[in-house]
Design a protein around this ligand. Structure first.
Ligand SMILES: [Zn+2]
Ligand SMILES: [Zn+2]
Length: 333
């Protein structure tokens, strides 16, 4: 086995990622050493690079949508075999004993650590992950197309779950998460309405191809009031806009880890038992439920592939919204 690996490293906020040759990490009792096949590029990685997230481990290898093969298994690990395909999500470690962990809210654990943020992630040829937070993945299929399921899919699924049984759902920001959740909504016989940046006709066309009941810009009114609004774009100004699109009793769910400030708005937008809430991270149960749903739909992701060394270019294109679906780094390419 190789003793060194290539990785992209963030040394400090606002710096470009740096390609480095590093030692392959050393196996620990609870971990899997994973040979990375592909790693998705998530908007959270942009917030990390921009210094918008508190207390990152620096320098850090980003990346929390990891698909790879088990290369070595820690002495205390059960239930995985060598060569098995696994996924590593954002939630990397929890304490297991705090009040949140005790009541099925490990996503809120006070001491939680996150992949590609406080634990080195998947912008690398190898990564080390606590096996208790890894998911078995299908052996067949393209690794790059599985990668966006590990965060865009999972967080989108949790956001949808928190929206309850809403029949008519608005998706604000039609990127990686929305294009996955749109497929879940159609599978479940629900409607989705896609809202994009004004003038982003490519994303509106993309939404229409996925069966949108309506697609337009966030400055337009949907034809009917919505039962729920899921906001994936990091723009706080969308919160009062989405509230204005909601029917009474509806929810606005903010799915991103960071958002620009929410402007003041008149109380009547919230009146009528409308709600605003956020989604933070994921639980392992979210992952198990969502990954079981994937083959039933079946969910197909649209990806733009980059090499590991092109990570900065992938982040730039994500920032500019230059592609549909999700960006993914493919190793060994
Ligand atoms: Zn905890
Ligand atoms: Zn993410």
């Amino acid at each position: 086995m190789k003793t060194t690996m290539r990785a992209m490293i963030l040394d400090r906020p606002a710096a470009a990622l740096r390609l480095a040759e590093l030692p392959v990490p050393t196996l620990q009792p609870n971990t899997l050493l994973i040979k990375v096949e592909a790693c998705g590029v998530c908007r959270t990685d942009l917030h990390l690079v921009d210094g918008e997230l508190p207390d990152p481990l620096l320098p850090i290898i980003p990346g929390h949508e990891i698909v790879g093969r088990v290369s070595a298994i820690g002495s205390a690990v059960k239930g995985f075999r060598s060569g098995q395909r696994v996924g590593v999500p954002w939630l990397g470690w929890t304490c297991g004993t705090c009040s949140y962990c005790a009541r099925d809210q490990e996503n809120l654990c006070d001491q939680a650590r996150f992949t590609g943020y406080q634990i080195h992630g998947g912008y690398a040829e190898y990564t080390l992950a606590d096996a208790r937070y890894c998911f078995p993945l299908p052996e067949a299929g393209d690794a790059a197309e599985l990668a966006p399921l590990l965060c865009a899919g999972l967080i989108g699924y949790r956001a949808l779950r928190l929206a309850g049984d809403a029949k008519r759902v608005g998706l604000y920001g039609f990127g990686a998460a929305a294009h996955i959740i749109a497929q879940v909504l159609k599978f479940q016989g629900r409607e989705f309405h896609a809202f994009t940046r004004p003038g982003d006709f490519a994303s509106q066309d993309f939404a229409a191809r996925l069966g949108a009941d309506w697609a337009g810009s966030s400055e337009q009114e949907p034809p009917e009031k919505l039962d729920a609004a899921l906001i994936f774009a990091p723009a706080g100004a969308l919160v009062p806009v989405a509230l204005g699109h909601l029917a009474k009793g509806g929810s606005v769910v903010c799915a991103g880890i960071h958002m620009s400030d929410i402007p003041a708005f008149p109380y009547h937008l919230l009146w009528g038992e409308r709600q605003i809430r956020s989604v933070a991270n994921l639980t392992r149960r979210d992952g198990e439920e969502f990954l079981a749903l994937v083959p039933q739909v079946p969910i197909r992701t649209e990806v733009r592939r980059f090499t590991l060394a092109q990570a900065n270019e992938a982040l730039l294109q994500l920032r500019r919204g230059e592609f549909q679906g999700a960006a993914v780094l493919v190793m060994g390419s």
